[in-house]
Write a protein that binds this ligand. Structure first.
Ligand SMILES: Cc1cc2nc3c(=O)[nH]c(=O)nc-3n(C[C@H](O)[C@H](O)[C@H](O)COP(=O)(O)OP(=O)(O)OC[C@H]3O[C@@H](n4cnc5c(N)ncnc54)[C@H](O)[C@@H]3O)c2cc1C
Length: 405
């Protein structure tokens, strides 16, 4: 007979950015909430994430303004340059300009610092159990009896609502929607983290720089309060070892591979000397196979009955609008607001959450895909892009629909 824990509460499966943010937001509304996380501990996974004012506004609202200021960097501008010639194509002022326009800053942060920020906030609040090494195996829901979650190892948890914040390869999604695996996008991301103090002065930077090249782009920005520089190189193609292994999409889940500089140089080809100098400064790269799903087709992909999907579980996106973590945090706020009134039936609260969120998440997914095409354009499209950027610059790069309230 499996041991059963019974509690009228929100159960969050997954302790990543989406899961911790949702737990914090639910706890702040007075909801009883509990988090289960498959990993036995939290490692330094990931690299930098950009956090636009649409997201810092939420973090500030949760009382995290000072804590964020201690670990994030706040770049002055976003500069777009040609990866081929090195020429500047356009600039968007960030810093005070964004603070004044949107009432919150544009920040850049290491993923593990953002994760730690949320984790510390949860610990400080107290009263939110977080169980590590605790993996959801399956669930059953019913309108009357709530959600019954079976864990690997046989334990059963009972909850009012289940929030699947279990990432790109979400088992909750698999059971709720049964719509197959995420698909490789055909793009590879090489990532590196450099200590600014190890770099020659000419390569140190406190701004976001996006280098656009044919079938490739590079993004660099400061993290760790400006002490480190995050570098992401995105190129087309599947590496030889991936083809040779004939890997299925499911196998890609853990393929956060170490990659040699030689592999990257071969994929990248010839780039402008200042960019080449930065790439040459890296000794250790990690390579991610970027996967996504088609943009959301309706609210039924966000919630069904007493179960909702948040973050990458619901809407994995290409990183070309820098909003994956952002949309996860927006989801977290929205779901907590909908669940705040505990007299409301859970299924109706989650249906409202889904209606509120799906179109925005779809739009961000679509826009991220389009940005990838524009970033990697060749020929006449590339010429048109560069001309538009030089004429309209900041007007094209600013995104009031995304960053505004
Ligand atoms: C190259 C790249 C650059 C990016 N840049 C940005 C950026 O600039 N800005 C931005 O906002 N986003 C960015 N992102 C995206 C961002 O990292 C993710 O979208 C975001 O972290 C979503 O987090 P999540 O919590 O939904 O998923 P995850 O972080 O994957 O967390 C899911 C958690 O669920 C756990 N889990 C899985 N299965 C189970 C189970 N069965 N039971 C219990 N727990 C389980 C996992 O162990 C994990 O801890 C980028 C992504 C990439 C690849």
């Amino acid at each position: 007979m499996p041991h059963m824990t019974t509690d009228q509460q929100v159960l969050v499966a997954g302790g990543g950015i989406a899961g911790l943010a949702a737990a914090l937001a639910c706890a702040q509304t007075g909801r009883s909430v509990r988090v289960i996380e498959r990993a036995a501990g939290f490692a330094e996974v990931g690299a930098g994430v950009q956090v636009g004012p649409n997201v810092t506004r939420i973090l500030h609202g949760w009382g995290l303004e000072r804590a964020l200021a201690q670990l994030a960097a706040f770049p002055d501008c976003l500069q777009v340059r040609s990866a081929v010639s090195g020429q500047e194509l356009g600039v968007l002022p960030l810093g005070d300009a964004v603070r004044q326009r949107y009432g919150a800053p544009y920040a850049t942060v290491h993923r593990s610092d953002l994760h730690r920020l949320l984790l510390d906030a949860l610990h400080m609040r107290g009263g939110v159990p977080l169980e590590l090494g605790c993996e959801l195996a399956s669930f059953q829901q019913s309108p009357d009896a709530g959600v019954r979650v079976s864990l690997v190892g046989g334990r059963i948890l009972q909850a009012d609502a289940l929030l699947g914040a279990d990432g790109l390869w979400s088992p909750v999604r698999q059971q709720l929607l049964d719509d197959g695996d995420p698909q490789p996008t055909g793009h590879l991301a090489y990532r590196a983290l450099l200590q600014q103090s190890d770099l020659p002065a000419a390569l140190r930077s406190q701004q976001v720089t996006v280098w656009l090249g044919p079938r490739q782009h590079v993004v660099q920005y400061p993290v760790r309060g400006g002490d480190a520089l995050n570098l992401v190189v995105v190129v087309h193609g599947a590496p030889d070892w991936l083809r040779a292994a004939n890997a299925t999409p499911g196998q890609l889940a853990n393929w956060n591979q170490q990659a040699s500089p030689a592999q990257l140089l071969q994929a990248l080809g010839t780039v402008a000397p200042p960019l080449q100098a930065l790439i040459d400064a890296v000794s250790a790269w990690r390579m991610w196979i970027l996967c996504d799903r088609a943009p959301m087709a309706g609210p039924g992909e966000h919630a069904r009955g007493r179960v909702a999907l948040l973050g990458d579980a619901a809407h994995p996106m290409r990183p070309y609008l820098a909003q994956g973590a952002g949309m996860a945090i927006e989801d977290a706020l929205a779901v907590a607001q909908m669940l705040a009134d505990q007299r409301r039936p859970v299924a109706s609260a989650l249906a409202d959450f889904a209606r509120l969120r799906w179109q925005r998440n779809r739009r961000v997914q679509q826009r991220a895909r389009r940005n990838g095409q524009v970033f990697h354009a060749r020929g006449v499209v590339r010429w048109g892009r560069d001309r538009a950027l030089s004429l309209l610059g900041a007007r094209l790069l600013d995104l009031p629909w995304l960053y505004g309230r």
